[in-house]
Ligand binder design. Structure first.
Ligand SMILES: *[C@@H]1O[C@H](CO)[C@@H](O)[C@H](O)[C@H]1NC(C)=O
Ligand SMILES: *[C@@H]1O[C@H](CO)[C@@H](O)[C@H](O)[C@H]1NC(C)=O
Ligand SMILES: *[C@@H]1O[C@H](CO)[C@@H](O)[C@H](O)[C@H]1NC(C)=O
Ligand SMILES: *[C@@H]1O[C@H](CO)[C@@H](O)[C@H](O)[C@H]1NC(C)=O
Ligand SMILES: *[C@@H]1O[C@H](CO)[C@@H](O)[C@H](O)[C@H]1NC(C)=O
Length: 667
């Protein structure tokens, strides 16, 4: 879940280019019969035409290519017919704003081509064409070198960018001992913690296991492409440690990722508008792929009806497939002996728990979950010979049983929320047809919009209070930072993790009330300033981890340099009046109650950013990760804070008073 959220925030901030279709060749000239479209090179053999239009009224029209060996620079009868997007050599019919891929006949590559035309052979008429640019180089998979070898025995052969979303990593070695290592991508000159997890070769987002020379393929999640990132690394998120990485060159000329690749040999039928089943069979096995717009914790169950004459739940043999947020894609062989919860082997039970025990017949499980779309692929034998499995016959139509519902905390299928309507059947052995439209989740808003939190400027005051408060539900810490949250966050001047803008050379004072009880770690949140966007410095145990981040010390109230400061605990607490789902922070904050410890004093942390302070640093908790957020360090305040000087003058009095009451000396 966190990964998705991070993806959402990350994607919305990298300014996504319009999705990459391939290398642009040009637009079709509109000469006749409403021919139009934009032509791209997919790779050395394939062309893609988006927005393709043709009224279908030409008597004898084909896709037609001219080779460089052809003397004429523009379309003429010397061209060569190529098959349509379905591989059919027949006369073209009508297209309406279609997105199609044409594959050149064997023996030809795009580099030999001078033009593509929609050409009427009978009348030697050009309905529309595009001329290829001179010295056109079609996209192809590109070698980007091997992983640098920093830690944990990470090494690989040269990595290939197969297409805009896919990496081929050969001869991968890694000792598997990192506590939370992931494939990790992001922007900037080198790997850092502001990256994003990439699922492993099985589509799983669990921590990486050991590799002993395997060759694997991994794919960027969501809409992310290689053009949006600068590096691919293996990264330990618990320690912000880079085990090794490879930089992604700019201006890669690689094929676009084509989602339905590999599906071309699959059948597909929509079961509902939001639930599709795709399959392919060989003599002994069937591979099924279930794709659904379902809740993240829901399962998709699909299989054969309990009856040969209609859809029936009792006696049905189904596979229950879901995406487990901890362990990744799952698919389990079930048998339904009764319409009840599994109890003593009776009811909706996994085969292995059935009263007539069967075995787990489902294998090769893979899948992913993105933008509210869950996709699980698995394989089973056509005929297992077991009582708990029905044989899948290829020579006839078979009645189906399917359902969608929640997965229980014990990882069992709970009672469905949607199921087969009426009787549905499929012939698994039919000639291959892919009848599914692309499933897009229009309802997904990529996580909830973060609360808008007013930025605080040092121009409006030089003093900041630091307290603890709730991290907020979907719109709070997680949505603002794209990071995981521990349930609490730092509140500065009673705002949840506001961004601060501070000016170099000015003195600022943080009055720390975030907890000083080091006997109770949950109430001990020393305040510090660092270039580490995660914080929690005391959790870094090795010199390498500590050297990877910087602390910007402050001064305590007697002007001694200190790395961090503690102060009594003042915590904003959720009450029965808190609107957890509030759309604004103000609305949420209204329902909180402040509770301050009677023990301890306010900690004072003076801080003066200087010319060596980077433009972005973070206020953080020294002992816990993911509590604080950004400080923008500037040479001059942005010029929008008219009248701020009087405010500033006012605050010195308040500070003076405050420090007086607290028994501190004024400075
Ligand atoms: C059929 O598919 C299964 C599962 O993918 C595979 O193990 C088996 O070798 C295949 N059989 C043939 C004859 O291709
Ligand atoms: C933060 O709060 C302090 C104390 O309430 C106040 O003096 C100061 O002006 C505030 N800072 C800003 C930037 O608003
Ligand atoms: C900031 O504080 C230091 C140390 O107390 C002092 O020497 C300096 O003059 C102060 N600077 C400003 C701009 O107030
Ligand atoms: C400030 O820090 C110094 C050095 O750690 C320490 O000796 C001093 O007592 C601290 N002052 C206060 C008021 O805590
Ligand atoms: C305050 O400190 C005293 C003495 O250390 C302790 O007995 C008491 O429990 C503390 N009170 C709170 C609310 O932490």
């Amino acid at each position: 879940m966190y990964a998705q959220l991070a993806a959402a925030v990350f994607l919305s901030t990298v300014a996504l280019a319009t999705s990459y279709q391939g290398k642009l060749i040009g637009s079709l000239s509109e000469l006749a019969h409403q021919v139009r479209g934009t032509v791209y090179a997919v790779d050395e053999k394939r062309l893609r035409i988006t927005g393709f239009n043709y009224d279908g009224k030409g008597p004898d029209a084909y896709f037609y290519i001219g080779l460089h060996t052809n003397p004429s620079a523009t379309p003429d009868s010397q061209g060569i017919k190529i098959p349509d997007e379905k591989g059919s050599p027949g006369i073209l019919s009508a297209y309406n704003n279609a997105d199609i891929i044409l594959t050149l006949p064997s023996g030809y590559t795009l580099q030999q081509i001078k033009w593509l035309s929609v050409w009427c052979v009978q009348f030697a008429a050009d309905f529309g064409h595009v001329i290829f640019p001179a010295n056109f180089v079609p996209p192809r998979p590109t070698n980007i070198g091997e992983f640098s070898r920093f830690q944990h025995g990470l090494r690989s052969g040269d990595i290939t960018v197969l297409d805009a979303k896919t990496f081929l990593i050969p001869a991968l070695h890694y000792d598997g001992l990192g506590p939370a290592a992931f494939f990790w991508v992001g922007t900037g000159p080198r790997p850092d913690s502001t990256g994003l997890k990439v699922p492993d070769e099985d589509g799983s987002l669990t921590r990486l296991k050991r590799y002993t020379g395997e060759t694997i393929q991994i794919r960027l999640p969501g809409d992310l492409t290689v053009f949006d990132i600068n590096w691919l690394s293996m990264w330990c998120i618990d320690f912000n440690a880079n085990f090794g990485h490879v930089l992604i060159p700019a201006n890669l000329n690689v094929p676009p990722y084509i989602a339905d690749q590999g599906m071309s040999s699959m059948n597909c039928e929509p079961l509902t508008e939001k639930f599709h089943v795709a399959w392919a069979v060989n003599v002994s096995h069937i591979t099924l792929e279930l794709t659904g717009i379902i809740a993240d914790e829901d399962y998709m169950a699909f299989g054969l009806s309990g009856s040969d004459t209609g859809t029936q739940m009792i006696g049905a043999d189904v596979t229950v497939a879901w995406y487990d947020s901890q362990t990744g894609p799952r698919a389990v062989d079930y048998y339904m002996s009764a319409k009840s919860q599994c109890s003593n082997g009776v009811g909706v039970c996994p085969d292995i728990e059935n009263s007539t025990p069967g075995t787990e017949s489902v294998n090769d499980v893979s899948g992913d979950q993105m933008n509210g779309i869950t996709r699980i692929r698995f394989t089973r034998p056509l005929n297992t010979g077991e009582a708990t499995d029905k044989p899948i016959r290829l020579d006839r139509e078979m009645y189906l049983a399917w359902a969608i519902g929640p997965i229980n905390p014990d990882k069992r299928a709970a009672y469905h929320t949607v199921r087969t309507t009426g009787s549905q059947k499929l012939q698994f052995g039919r000639n291959t047809r892919y009848n599914c439209p692309t499933l897009t989740n229009k309802g997904s808003n990529e996580g909830k919009a973060p609360w808008t939190v007013k930025k605080l400027s040092g121009a409006d005051g030089k003093v900041f209070t630091v307290r603890i408060g709730p991290a907020g539900s979907d719109r709070g810490y997680k949505a603002i930072t794209g990071r995981t949250s521990w349930g609490i966050a730092l509140y500065i001047n009673d705002s949840i993790i506001p961004e601060l803008t501070l000016k170099r050379g000015e003195n600022y004072t943080f009055l720390v009330e975030s907890g000083d009880s080091d006997a109770n770690q949950a109430k001990y949140h020393p305040f510090y300033i660092t270039d580490d966007s995660s914080g929690g410095y005391s959790q870094y145990t090795t010199p390498a981890q500590r050297e990877a981040v910087k602390i910007f010390p402050g001064r305590n109230e007697s002007q001694h340099p200190v790395d961090y400061q503690v102060g009594r605990l003042c915590e904003w607490e959720v009450t029965s009046n808190t609107n957890i789902d509030a759309a604004t922070f103000d609305e949420f904050f209204k329902g909180l109650r402040l509770r301050c410890s009677v023990n301890g004093t306010v900690g004072v942390f003076h801080w003066t950013p200087d010319k060596n302070t980077p433009d972005t640093v973070y206020y953080q908790c020294y002992t816990h990760r993911f509590l604080g957020w950004k400080i923008h360090v500037v040479d001059d305040y942005p010029t929008t804070t008219a009248g701020s000087s009087s405010v500033a003058a006012g605050y010195y009095c308040i500070l003076g008073l405050l420090l007086f009451f607290l028994g501190f000396q004024c400075w």
